[in-house]
Design a protein around this ligand. Structure first.
Ligand SMILES: Cc1ncc(C[n+]2csc(CCOP(=O)(O)OP(=O)(O)O)c2C)c(N)n1
Ligand SMILES: [Mg+2]
Length: 616
């Protein structure tokens, strides 16, 4: 007879989570780094009490905002290269829905996170409960249905026994490199508290090791043949290279073949920035070195990338005549995009097997030399825009230069939205794999500080430097207090250009009037003069406003020995961004307008669109 143990569904859930393990560098570790929780009705009595019971093996962390705590959970998983992750639990209604944006962030970025929103009573007796939305035509609908399109796997637990297959499926999705993404288990309030006789075997310790898929022989042969025929090949690397731990395999492949590499936002730091054949950022926010090669390449080997519009220049960039795209990806959906020759495999396995198949073959030297020259030219440009200055309002690039000089490359630099992603992608000199943490899949304003907290939890040995604009900071800064509370130090550099600078620039570039982006251009009675340093200090941070690039460098150097989260604020110029490098980005301009600026912008837009190729 099956041995059983009588537990509530919530107790079974937390006990199960605590017993899922992984192995990293030979050490066995719990695969869940913990659970973020904000309690309310719908989770305090059920899962809240169960988490208390499991608090030694499965730590619970309290945050100030459900979206932010989920950002922290997601960033934790990313900084762990998807090998460890976290769960997040909320009350029903607003608490749950505050998590939806973060679910989408994880979905877009293919990152694992277990979301446990509370849900209505499955027995429906007390309906409608506080915070319950009533659907006049569908008795099964709850607000948590909003998670469906942004979850890789969604389930609603309406009977206690359902948690057994649901958690099994959840673990499959969270640990599968191809399927990886957010899992939402909506937990009906009454069911969380309901007892059930669970099989004891369900709680046996389980070790999860990532699957490394090897390529199909036919696909490998086709990819190798395409590369052997290439005269001007280029490798585009995305986050899949980092998650696969394929940096060494990539470096070996590049050494053996001489093929230059360029990096997406997600793939940056796959090779160190100073690697001879790393052209660094590609696409809309790319270096001139990378984009020059991308325009001409005859075979593009895309490794572990989703090929989003910032990478492909809205598909105007890779325009080599008769070019072939090879898609090396664990996920067939990505591997075959744009009619690529698919090479479905783990990045490391795929690169190693491609290297064997190409043994003895090398790219024509002229192409490699061209790449090396382009890189030197770019580095000279980048050096100019990041050099120290004493202008009153420095550019983002000049601030990046200061941070890099003061902190070096042996930190984890993080950003998500605003003008910074473009500047960081072009200009930050990344060091070791994972030293550059961009959330540019969903580019969520407000990811920065909470995300950095998750990174610090994953990598307490590293200095974590957050680059954030005033707009993003104002949207979500509450986890500064959590970082102070948990003793997890972050260094935050806040660039105050008094508004949504990058969108203002985009507005001007598309013929728009300066409207509703910079504070001065928005409807106001009084122009706010926000004291960000005072604000951050009120949350417990050490905070300082600096008035020049050199003062910033001095303050950053001093902050290294601070044990508490430090926020350094600097005023910057909203109108300046780095002109060198870059590529066209498709932003639709109105086709008719009474404003001549818009008409002119549309004319230019129609011209630029001609470079776009449809379908490949
Ligand atoms: C949640 C969210 N809302 C809106 C946007 C669109 N958006 C992208 S950047 C940006 C402005 C960011 O302002 P700030 O952080 O000050 O950076 P800046 O553009 O000034 O560099 C906006 C509104 C977004 N990415 N995320
Ligand atoms: Mg701003």
């Amino acid at each position: 007879m099956t041995k059983t143990i009588r537990l509530t569904m919530a107790q079974a859930l937390t006990r199960f989570l605590a017993r899922q393990m992984t192995e990293i560098d030979g050490a066995k570790l719990p695969i869940f780094g913990g659970v973020w929780a904000i309690f309310g009705h719908g989770n305090v009595a059920g899962i809240g009490e169960a988490l208390y019971g499991e608090r030694e093996a499965l730590p619970t962390f309290r945050a100030h905002n459900e979206q932010a705590m989920t950002h922290a959970a997601i960033a934790y998983a990313k900084a762990n290269f998807r090998r460890r992750f976290m769960a997040a639990t909320t009350s029903i209604g607003p608490g749950a829905l505050n998590m939806v944006t973060a679910a989408a962030l994880a979905h877009v970025n293919r990152l694992p996170v277990l979301l446990l929103p509370g849900d209505v009573f499955a027995n429906r007796i007390p309906d409608p409960v506080l915070q319950q939305a009533e659907d006049f035509s569908d008795g099964t609908a709850t607000v948590n249905d909003c998670f469906r399109p942004v979850s890789r796997y969604f389930d609603r637990i309406t009977r206690p026994g359902q948690i057994v297959p649901a958690l099994n499926r959840a673990m499959q999705v969270l640990t599968d490199p191809a399927e990886c993404g957010p899992v939402t288990l909506a937990l009906c309030q009454d069911v969380q508290a309901e007892a059930y006789d669970y099989p004891e075997s369900f709680f046996a310790e389980r070790l999860w090791t990532p699957r490394r898929q090897r390529p199909d022989r036919g696909e490998l042969a086709a990819a190798a043949a395409a590369l052997k025929a290439a005269r001007k090949p280029l490798i585009v690397v995305g986050g899949g290279v980092l998650y696969s731990g394929a940096s060494d395999a990539l470096a070996d492949f590049v050494e053996a073949t001489g093929i230059p590499v360029c990096e997406t936002q997600g793939g940056k730091s796959s090779l160190p920035d100073d690697h001879r054949l790393n052209m660094a950022a590609v696409g809309v926010t790319g270096t001139s070195a990378a984009n020059r090669l991308a325009e001409e390449a005859d075979v593009v080997l895309a490794v572990g990338t989703r090929l989003q519009d910032f990478t492909t220049g809205s598909w105007a960039l890779f325009k080599g005549e008769g070019k072939t795209l090879v898609g090396l990806n664990v996920q067939p959906f990505d591997a075959g995009k744009h009619r690529a020759l698919p090479l479905v495999a783990d990045a490391k396995e795929g690169l190693e097997e491609l290297a064997s198949a190409l043994k003895g073959w090398k790219v024509p030297a002229a192409w490699t030399d061209n790449a090396v020259d382009g890189k030197a030219e770019w580095q000279a440009e980048a050096g100019k825009v990041t050099a120290s200055t004493n202008v009153a309002l420095p550019s983002d690039a000049q601030v990046i230069g200061a941070v890099q000089r003061a902190m070096g490359s042996d930190v984890i630099a993080l950003h998500a939205a605003g003008g910074l992603p473009g500047e960081m992608h072009k200009l930050w000199q990344a060091g070791a794999p994972g030293s550059y943490h961009a959330e540019y899949g969903f580019s969520t304003m407000g990811y920065e500080i909470a995300g950095a907290l998750g990174v610090k939890m994953a990598r307490p040995d590293k200095e974590v430097v957050v680059m954030v604009g005033d707009g993003s900071y104002l949207m979500l800064n509450s986890e500064i207090a959590t970082s102070v509370m948990l003793g997890l130090k972050l260094t935050v550099v806040l660039l105050d250009n008094r508004g949504f600078g990058c969108i203002n620039r985009l507005q001007m570039a598309t013929g728009g009037a300066n409207f509703n982006n910079l504070l001065k251009d928005a409807r106001h009675e009084t122009l706010p003069d926000i004291d960000f340093a005072a604000h951050a200090a009120s949350l417990g941070a050490i905070a300082q406003k600096v008035s020049s690039i050199s003062e910033l460098e001095t303050a950053l150097a001093a902050a290294k020995t601070n044990e508490r989260t430090t926020v350094l604020v600097i005023d910057t110029d909203p109108l300046v961004s780095t002109e060198a490098g870059g590529y066209w980005w498709d932003v639709a301009v109105p086709q008719v307008s009474s404003r001549p600026q818009v008409v002119a912008a549309r004319k230019e837009y129609d011209e630029k669109r001609k470079a776009q190729h449809v379908g490949d």
